[in-house]
Design a protein around this ligand. Structure first.
Ligand code: SAM
Length: 280
């Protein structure tokens, strides 16, 4: 039988189940075998690695993982796909479908059943990309590798350097939690239906956070909240602190209080965080 990533097979499944895609759930199915293989190759799966996937859709990526002999746990919100996934993967005893919203903590608990997945993979629904990445980063049992397909513009933000136009809170989080790189870009023609924009696949090797990840993200969000304001204004207003006190703490870090957050590298945010964390 043809693979699910084969466009004809995908169309047949869609016709059989009378499926129309929901834009609101970011439903663009991968129908390019090369890309599917390159995504899974990117994770360099070892024999016992167990994959957690968000948004399997009808299972094009999932199938590749299962055929390579690895286990996959897939969280899907759209119940129309449940019978399709069950039918397609009943022959595998290493597939688990978790029904629900990947932003919901209870759903994650079910997906994290022991032995917990140690690799994250997904062609992510663009509507939930940022909150989902934050969830992935702060999971108590750290993933070793995360390979995600996101909009090219998001990939650029994830891997941006300080001072560049696309550098923002997301870039700081990604460099705080991981060593990240864009593996390759993917054109619109690799999907059904075709999205309006290009996509890219980003690989992150997660590292142990130096400080409390959730609190650090909160601080970085505050620093970037008022984009056109100086660091001093963003932080003192955002944290409701006395301006003089904030000025002293920023200067103590050897940082110019008049700079904007988008020029600061990770190291500077860490120094600032050490001073301001008591007020978070
Ligand atoms: N993995 C499939 C592929 O590559 O062909 C489908 C990827 S499609 C871009 C995103 C998938 O995420 C869809 O199946 C959609 O229903 C699902 N999805 C959207 N929001 C979700 C959520 N909050 N939790 C879980 N799945 C979600």
């Amino acid at each position: 039988m043809d693979r699910i990533y084969n466009a004809t097979r995908t169309k047949k499944i869609m016709a059989k189940y009378d499926l129309t895609m929901k834009k609101s759930l970011g439903q663009n199915f991968l129908v390019d075998g090369n890309i599917v293989k390159k995504i899974v190759d990117g994770a360099r799966l070892q024999k016992d690695d167990k994959v957690l996937e968000v948004g399997p859709g009808i299972g094009s990526l999932t199938e590749e993982v299962l055929l390579r002999g690895n286990s996959a746990t897939s969280i899907e919100i759209d119940s129309r796909f449940y019978p399709i996934l069950r039918e397609n993967f009943q022959r595998f005893n290493n597939f688990k479908l978790v029904e629900g919203d990947a932003l919901n903590d209870e759903v994650w608990k079910e997906a994290n059943e022991k032995p917990e997945p140690n690799v994250f993979m997904g062609n992510l629904p663009y509507v939930i990309t940022t909150p989902l990445l934050e969830k992935i980063f702060t999971r108590s049992n750290r993933f070793k590798t995360v390979v995600v397909m996101v909009q090219k513009e998001v990939a650029d933000r994830m891997t941006a350097a300080p001072g560049s136009k696309t550098y923002g809170a997301l870039s700081v989080f990604v460099s705080f939690f991981s060593n990240a790189k864009t593996l390759f870009t993917v054109s619109e023609s690799s999907f059904i239906p075709r999205p309006k924009v290009k996509s890219a696949v980003v690989k992150m090797e997660l590292k142990a956070p130096e400080v409390d990840g959730k609190k650090f993200m909160k601080f970085v969000h505050i620093a970037f909240n008022m984009r056109r304001k100086t660091l001093l204004n963003s932080v003192s207003k955002g944290m409701d602190l006395d301006k003089k006190e904030s000025l002293k703490m920023i200067t103590n870090c050897g940082i110019d209080p008049d700079v904007r957050a988008e020029t600061l590298e990770l190291k500077s945010f860490l120094r600032l965080y050490e001073n301001f964390k008591q007020f978070l």
